[in-house]
Design a protein around this ligand. Structure first.
Ligand code: C2E
Ligand code: CA
Ligand code: CA
Ligand code: CA
Length: 271
């Protein structure tokens, strides 16, 4: 028994140390990455299905490592969100976005660029000051920045968050609710935060056109809630024409998904 206990104990210590070293190294690597400006935007077009025009894009972070590899967000965002690093990464990301947008020809239609934020971004006015500076500089020309906040993460103080958000609204930056229907705040975020748009999660879009007719009731409920609340809608993760047709029948015209385009590097999006 002692032997087994000993083996178990050393195994536990070993696994714990592996985990600790891993956490240490990803932490330091992210800090290096911030210094080197390695967190770059990809842009996924959001399209009006009635005329196939691009009306904006979601800004999706990628980690461009020095060896040239590109790391997808699921490998570093959860850690960065849990450790406050994401706030610094978003700053760097926005620097890239402003540069990219500046280079757009002025005769193009106005586009919005939707940036993912976490509740921590609303704890102080750093992000607001940064965006205010850029908005007032006129560098964005006719284009605009929009924020999206996920329902996955709790907001501790909705009243304080709303106060900060009102400052963004005053300079023409609106807020979209990401992953609507999947998470925490539920529709209390809509009531408290002055949300302009619901992003209908892929989880619900996936239920469209399934043979077993699995739970399209939920997406119908979300759509009718949005309509009654006068919210705009963007459907996310839309992969085929059947889904586009169904959504269009329901009055959802703004589409983000592989059916139109995957997230693109700046060079391709701003061709
Ligand atoms: P999200 O905000 O829900 O972003 C949408 C994700 O769905 C993106 O994954 C996008 O590539 C993917 N997607 C869009 N259309 C389709 C489709 O038709 N089919 C499929 N299979 N997937 C589709 P991505 O880029 O890997 O990002 C994953 C998540 O990482 C995001 O989910 C978001 O939660 C997080 N993330 C990305 N960039 C940032 C960021 O700058 N800040 C923060 N806080 N989170 C970010
Ligand atoms: Ca998002
Ligand atoms: Ca989303
Ligand atoms: Ca999602």
């Amino acid at each position: 028994i002692l032997l087994i206990a000993g083996i178990v104990a050393s195994w536990v210590t070993y696994v714990a140390s592996l985990w600790f070293n891993h956490a240490q190294s990803i932490h330091n690597q992210i800090i290096q990455g911030i210094k080197r400006s390695e967190f770059i935007p990809f842009y996924q077009p959001i399209v009006d299905s009635r005329n196939q025009k691009v009306i904006g894009a979601e800004v999706l972070m990628r980690w461009q490592r020095q060896d040239g590899s590109l790391m997808p967000p699921n490998q570093f965002i959860p850690y960065a969100e849990a450790n406050g690093l994401i706030v610094h990464m978003t700053k760097g990301l926005l620097g890239h976005v402003f540069n990219d947008v500046k280079q757009l020809a002025s005769k193009r239609d106005a586009l919005f660029f939707s940036v993912n934020i976490v509740p921590e971004h609303l704890d102080n006015d750093d992000l607001y000051q940064m965006l205010k500076g850029v908005v007032e500089s006129g560098e964005l020309q006719q284009h605009s920045i929009s924020l999206e906040i996920t329902e996955r993460l709790p907001i501790k103080d909705l009243v304080a968050a709303r106060k900060m958000l009102d400052k963004f609204y005053a300079i023409g930056i609106d807020l979209k609710l990401d992953d609507a229907g999947t998470g925490y705040g539920g529709f209390s975020y809509v009531q408290h935060l002055g949300i302009s748009t619901l992003k209908i999660d892929k989880m619900f879009v996936d239920t469209i056109g399934r043979q077993d007719n699995f739970n399209t009731k939920t997406i119908e409920a979300i759509i009718s809630f949005a309509q009654k609340s006068n919210l705009n809608m963007i459907a996310e993760g839309v992969e085929d024409d059947k889904q586009v047709a169904y959504l269009s029948e329901q009055g959802v015209y703004f589409i983000q998904g592989y059916v139109y385009s995957k997230p693109l590097p700046a060079k391709q999006f701003f061709h």
